[in-house]
Design a protein around this ligand. Structure first.
Ligand code: NAG
Ligand code: NAG
Ligand code: NAG
Ligand code: NAG
Length: 399
């Protein structure tokens, strides 16, 4: 935008202009220095008129106009300053503002953002006649294109669609009409929780009442997102997932779909698996492949996600720390259900080492992360209880 002469294209007769501007700059600096030692340069008010001067023409005349403007502005600031510096209460400092923004008047502080797309023209108020209320993200590779297309169609216009591309293929998705209004974030070979930590900060996704953070290999034939949200609201689920069709690769009883229920919040596991019926994996538990978070629950869960533990293993057992009471606010929606197709697509983005298949290295890393996460959580809680001088409660983790 702001092209000052010295950076512009140099036509032969411009050397003179540059010279003039430089001299004027030096003189101005000198006068500001001697005339207004108390005026901080940050107080110089660069109004929109100065910007248009800069944009106009690279002439010495323009430079002079700029100087005149700065000069008069500085003089005004100085005059008003003599009154205001005697009264330090005129300085803005608002401790309740977000950290680091205390010097701003609260009315100008915008602590949250969104993924709403705006026009480049027109009246900002009228950019969006309609704002989506929910967010769904899929972590995708191009080989699951058709499956994702089917899935996206189960989400109404009330959803913002955000794709995390782990294979670098982005433009290929434009064959779908919805892709043109979706948000695409492309970073190669990263895992779902890596993207979630970096691009779904709670202040960025704050406008969305519910956030779906889904894998790409889910069969959605029997799923409708609007119906799902109705049930989640009705049963006050802060963290949830659709029931899984009993199929191959089913790990936990909790997430298995029950044909005779709308939702369920507790289950029975194999004998000895649950030390407490209100704790995972018998309650307070969903898996990490297709979780749905309320805005408030996500604000907590985001803080629990570790930057270096990208596979999210163990996170499912800790989700309960974010809602209270967990065995009532975490649950599985049975009447809107999905099929986990178990396509090891991201697993194949690993690296072949010591003659092993790429997915083996990924799987090993997943297990390792689970252990690291458990240790960190246990130590953090131990430190906390020590700090407040209370013996820690018995921890009941399944290992
Ligand atoms: C900029 O300069 C060009 C020629 O050098 C002139 O035609 C044009 O009107 C000038 N623009 C402004 C805004 O002064
Ligand atoms: C200085 O104060 C006068 C009168 O209160 C006001 O008109 C003028 O705009 C002020 N100048 C600046 C630079 O704020
Ligand atoms: C979007 O949400 C509104 C309000 O909850 C609802 O009335 C409308 O039916 C939803 N749109 C679709 C396509 O379901
Ligand atoms: C904690 O566990 C130990 C041994 O498993 C048991 O003896 C003790 O009573 C438990 N404490 C509480 C508060 O449950």
């Amino acid at each position: 935008m702001a092209k000052l002469p010295i950076f512009g294209r140099r036509k032969p007769n411009e050397s003179m202009r540059i010279f003039v501007v430089t001299i004027i700059g030096v003189v101005l600096g000198f006068f500001i220095g001697i005339s207004f030692p108390t005026v901080s340069i940050t107080k110089l008010h660069f109004s929109s008129s100065i910007v248009s001067y800069i944009e106009d023409n690279n002439s010495a005349l323009t430079a002079q106009a700029i100087l005149h403007h700065v000069w008069t502005t500085a003089r005004n600031v100085k005059e008003n300053d003599t009154e205001s510096t005697s009264d330090t209460s005129m300085k803005i400092y608002v401790p309740t503002n977000p950290r680091g923004a205390e010097r701003l008047a609260p009315g100008i502080v915008v602590p949250e953002s969104d993924f709403h797309q705006r026009r480049l023209w027109g009246n900002p108020d009228e950019d969006m006649p309609f704002k989506p209320k929910y967010l769904v993200t899929f972590t995708v590779g191009i080989s699951q294109k058709e499956n994702i297309n089917r899935a996206v169609k189960k989400f109404s216009d009330n959803f913002t669609i955000l794709l995390f591309h782990y294979d670098g293929h982005v433009s290929e998705w434009d064959e779908f009409e919805w892709s043109k209004r979706a948000i695409h974030i492309s970073v190669r070979r990263q895992a779902k929780w890596w993207y979630a930590k970096r691009f779904l900060h709670p202040d960025i996704v704050a406008p969305y009442e519910y956030i779906f953070i889904w894998d790409e290999d889910l069969g959605v034939e029997h799923f409708n997102a609007e119906e799902y949200i109705k049930l989640v609201k009705k049963h006050q689920l802060e963290i949830s997932q659709p029931g899984l069709e009993p199929d191959r690769g089913l790990t936990w009883q909790m997430t298995k779909r029950r044909g005779d229920h709308q939702v369920h919040k507790v289950t029975e596991e194999r004998p000895g698996w649950c030390t407490d019926p209100h704790l995972p994996p018998c309650a307070g538990f969903v898996e990490i492949m297709a979780p749905v978070f309320s805005r408030d629950a996500w604000r907590c869960v985001w803080h629990m996600i570790q930057n270096d533990l990208i596979h999210g293993w163990g996170l499912d057992f800790a989700l309960r720390k974010c809602v209270e009471p967990a065995h009532e606010k975490i649950g599985v929606v049975d009447s809107q259900w999905i099929v986990h197709q178990v396509v090891p697509s991201l697993g194949n983005q690993g690296q072949s080492e010591h003659g092993r298949a790429p997915w083996e290295g990924v799987r090993e890393r997943c297990r390792k992360e689970w252990g690291i996460f458990q240790t960190r959580m246990a130590e953090a809680e131990k430190t906390y209880y020590e700090m407040i001088g209370v013996p820690p409660p018995n921890v009941t983790f399944i290992h």
